[in-house]
Design a protein around this ligand. Sequence first.
Ligand code: HEC
Length: 289
Amino acid sequence: MKRTNHIFRQIVLGTTMIASPFTALFAEEEKAIETVHTIAGIPSAYFYSIFGILLLIVISVILLVVSINKQIAPIIREINEKKGIKKRSWFEKLNETKSFDSESEASIDMGHDYDGIRELDNPTPPWWKWGFRLSMVFAVVYMWVYFVGKNAPLQLEELAIANAKAEKAKAEYLAKSGNQVDESNIPEITDKTQLAEGQSMFIQSCAACHLEDGGGMIGPNLTDNYWLHGNKLNDIFKTIKYGVPGTGMVAWKNNFSDKQIVEISNFVKSLHGTTPKTPKEHEGTLIND
Ligand code: HEC
C-alpha cells in the first residue's frame, strides 16, 4: 500500500513538472492578452486567423486553376496542332520571340554573324514595352503629385520637416532631462569638452571675483582645502545655483541652465589641488578628502 502511494506521488509530481512549462506559457498568453498586440490596427489573433483563411482561399484557387489547366491542356494542344501552331515555352511566350526552333530562327536571321552569335529580328519583349508605358504613366503621376498638385514634399522639404521634428524632439528631451538635474546627485563629468565648456563659462562669469585659476580675490580661493559651503559636487552646485544671500556670490540659476551649472561645478571641483598664481588666504573650514 505504502509503495503504491509512493508511485502515485511520483506520477503526480512528474505530470506537474511536465505541465509546468505549459502553465508558464498560458500565463504568458494571459499577459499578452492584457497588452493586446495589434497588427494594422487589428488584434494579432484576428489578423492571423483572417490571414490564414485568405491564404487557404488563395491556395484552393491556385489548385483549382492548375487542375482546370490540366483538363483543358490536351484539348488546346490538339487545336493548336490542327492549326499548325507550335508550342512555345513560357519564356518564349513572355518574350513573344519568333524564334523557337531552327526553322523559325532562319526566317528572322538578320545575316549578321559575330563569332557564332547571330542577330535575330525578334520583337521587343512585351514586358519591356509595358514597363516603358508604365514608367511614362508613373512619370505623369509623379509630376502631378510633386510639382503640380504639390501633394507631397520634395526631398529638401522632407529633410526640413524631418529636421524640424528632430529639433522639436531634442528640445523636448532637453527640457525633460538635460536641464533638469537631480540636485541630490550631481553627475561627475570626465568629458574634456564638457569641462572646457565649464571653464569658459567660469572665466566669463566667475573669474572677476574668483580669478581665472580659482585663486580667489573678492570670492574665496577655490583651489584649497578650505570651504565655506562644502566641497562636494552637490554643495558646489547648490552654492552656484542659489548663491549665498547677502554676499557677492549671487544666485546663477537665471544665467545658466542646470546642465551648465553641472559643468561649471565640475570645473570648480577640478580646480581643487591646483596651484594658483596669487592664492587668497584660506576661508572656511578645513575639509581633507
Ligand atoms: C561678484 C563676485 C563673485 C562672482 C562673480 C562669483 N562669486 Fe562665487 N563667491 C563670491 C563670494 C564673495 C563668495 C563667498 C560667499 C560667502 O561669504 O559665503 C563666493 C563663494 C563661492 C563658492 C563657495 C566656496 C566655498 O568656500 O564654499 C563657490 C563654489 C563659488 N563662489 C563659485 C562661483 C562660480 C562658479 C561663479 C560663476 C558662476 C562665481 N562663484 C561667481 C563672489 C563671487
